[in-house]
Design a protein around this ligand. Structure first.
Ligand SMILES: [Mg+2]
Length: 455
C-alpha cells in the first residue's frame, strides 16, 4: 500500500535579524536600539502542488534564538499531518498546540510559547490560503459563518462572547459584503496611518520633514513615540502639530513607559496639541490601570494591544471599559484563530480595531485580518486604520502596497508571509552573509569579536 495522502514533511526554522538599530529606526522610550528580527518557519509538504506554509513571529533582536527554539519545540505536532485536513481545519492544529499538556506550563497561552504557536498556526493558514488560491483575507471573508465560529476557541471568553453571538455577528457581517469588497476594498484599499516620522531617536528636522511627507502621501494620521522626557515631547509634539496642521490626527505611543499616575499627568501635559490616542500608557497586563487612565485623559483615547497576551486579557480590557481602540497584532497571540476571537470580541463590544504593525512583516500579515474584518464582520472602516511603517518590506515576495494613505488589498494567494530566499540567506544569524561580514569587520578593527553582533 502506498501512502498517497500529502503530508507536512518538515518544519524548518530560521533566525533572521536585520541591523535596524544602526539608524535608530524603530526607537522608542522602552526600546532604544531594536534589531528587527523574525523567528521564521517553513512548513514543507509533499503535496503535488509543492505548496509551503510560511510563518513567523517578530522580535527585536536578542532572544530571537529563544523564539526559534520554541517554534522548534512544536515540530512533532505538525510534521506528518495530512495537508488537506490541516488546511480544512487549522483550528484543530491551534487547539492541539495550545493544549500540549507539558508545553502549556510555559504559558499557558502567553509569552514565547504562545508566540511560537502563533507563528506555526499562521504558517498553516498561509498554506491553506495558497492551496485555496486566495489571499487570506478573502478566504476568511468567503468562509461560512458556522465554519469561522468552529475556528474559535471560546474557552475563558463565553462570559463576554458566546458561539451563538459570534455567529450572529458573522451573519450580520455578510450583509453588503460583496459590495464592500468590490466597490470599496478593491477600489480604494484600507486606510492606514504612519509611524515613520515619529521614532524617538529622530532629530526634530527629520520629524518635521517626514510628518509633512506623510500628509503629502495621503495619510490622515501619524504617530509619535513619547515618554522619555516631557520637555522633549512637548517640543516634538509642537513641531509635529505645526507640520501637519489641525486636521490630521496625531497618535502618541509611550510603549508601556509609565505608572498609571504618570501616564495621566504626561498625557494631560500634551493635551494642548490634541493627541488622538495615547498608546500603551502603562503595563499591558494592567487592565484596571488602563481603565483609570482612560477615565482621566478623555477625550484623548486609550489604545493598547500589541503586547496584550491573549483573548482573555482583551476580554477583560473590554469588560472594564479600559480602551477606546483595540490594537491586534498578527504575531503576538496564537495566530489567526486567536485573532478571530479577538476581532469578534471587539465587534461584540463595538470597539474599533486599529492593528499594530511595522516590525518585520507585521504590515504584510495584519492587513489580511483588517480586510476580513471590514468585508465580513464589522463592515466599516470608520475610525479604523492599520499602522504602517516603511521598513523592510523589500524582503517579502508580496510586500504591502500603499497608495494615497491606503493599504491596497493583496491579491496573491496566501498570508503575504513569504520572505525572499536571498534575504533569509543574507540576514540569517549569526552566519548569514551580512552578519559574518559584520563580524569580520569588527575583527579587523582590532575588536576581539567578543562583543561583535551581541548575541
Ligand atoms: Mg506601539
Amino acid at each position: 500500500m502506498s501512502s498517497t495522502v500529502p503530508r507536512v514533511t518538515a518544519l524548518d526554522t530560521y533566525d533572521i535579524r536585520f541591523p535596524t538599530s544602526r539608524e535608530l529606526d524603530g526607537s522608542d522610550a522602552m526600546n532604544p536600539d531594536p534589531d528587527y528580527s523574525a523567528a521564521y518557519l517553513v512548513l514543507r509538504t509533499d503535496a503535488a502542488d509543492g505548496a509551503e506554509g510560511h510563518g513567523f513571529t517578530f522580535t527585536i533582536g536578542r532572544g530571537n534564538d529563544v523564539q526559534v527554539a520554541a517554534i522548534g519545540a512544536l515540530r512533532a505536532h505538525v510534521v506528518g499531518r495530512p495537508v488537506d485536513e490541516l488546511c480544512a481545519d487549522p483550528g484543530s492544529l491551534a487547539r492541539d498546540l495550545t493544549g500540549d499538556s507539558q508545553l502549556r506550563w510555559l504559558g499557558p497561552e502567553k509569552g514565547v510559547m504562545h508566540m511560537a504557536i502563533g507563528a506555526v498556526v499562521n504558517a498553516a493558514w498561509d498554506l491553506a490560503a495558497k492551496r485555496a488560491g486566495l489571499p487570506l483575507w478573502q478566504l476568511l471573508a468567503d468562509a461560512e459563518p458556522e465554519w469561522l465560529v468552529s475556528q474559535v476557541d471560546f474557552r475563558y471568553i463565553t462570559d463576554a462572547l458566546t458561539p451563538e453571538n459570534a455567529l450572529r455577528l458573522l451573519r450580520r457581517g455578510r450583509a453588503g459584503a460583496a459590495e464592500r469588497r468590490t466597490e470599496r476594498l478593491l477600489a480604494r484599499g484600507y486606510p492606514g496611518y504612519t509611524t515613520s516620522p515619529g521614532w524617538l531617536g529622530y532629530p526634530d528636522e527629520k520629524l518635521t520633514r517626514l510628518a509633512r511627507q506623510a500628509v503629502a502621501d495621503g495619510f490622515t494620521q501619524i504617530k509619535l513615540k513619547v515618554g522619555a522626557d516631557l520637555h522633549d515631547d512637548i517640543r516634538r509634539m509642537r513641531a509635529a502639530r505645526a507640520a501637519v496642521g489641525p486636521g490630521v490626527r496625531i497618535a502618541i505611543d509611550a510603549n508601556q513607559r509609565w505608572n498609571v499616575r504618570e501616564a495621566i499627568e504626561w498625557t494631560n501635559a500634551l493635551a494642548e496639541f490634541d493627541p488622538y490616542w495615547i498608546e500603551e500608557p502603562t503595563s499591558p497586563d494592567d487592565v484596571l490601570g488602563h481603565a483609570a487612565v482612560r477615565r482621566a485623559v478623555a477625550p484623548v483615547k486609550v489604545a493598547t494591544g500589541e503586547h496584550v497576551q491573549n483573548r482573555v486579557v482583551f476580554k477583560q480590557l473590554l469588560q472594564a471599559d479600559a480602551l477606546d481602540v483595540l490594537q491586534i497584532d498578527a504575531a503576538r497571540v496564537g495566530g489567526v484563530n486567536e485573532n478571530l476571537a479577538i476581532l469578534l470580541l471587539a465587534a461584540e463590544y463595538g470597539v474599533p480595531v486599529c492593528p499594530h504593525a511595522g516590525g518585520v512583516g507585521l504590515c504584510e500579515l495584519v492587513q489580511h485580518l483588517s480586510m476580513f474584518d471590514y468585508v465580513a464582520l464589522s463592515g466599516t472602516t470608520e475610525d479604523r486604520v492599520i499602522e504602517y511603517v516603511g521598513h523592510l518590506h523589500e524582503h517579502f515576495t508580496e510586500p504591502v502596497h500603499i497608495r494615497d494613505g491606503h493599504y491596497g488589498a493583496p491579491l496573491a494567494p496566501g498570508f503575504s508571509a513569504t520572505m525572499r530566499p536571498e534575504s533569509i540567506a543574507r540576514y540569517s544569524y549569526p552566519d548569514g552573509e551580512f552578519w559574518a561580514a559584520d563580524r569580520a569587520t569588527k575583527d579587523d578593527d582590532g575588536d576581539d569579536g567578543s562583543e561583535g553582533a551581541v548575541a
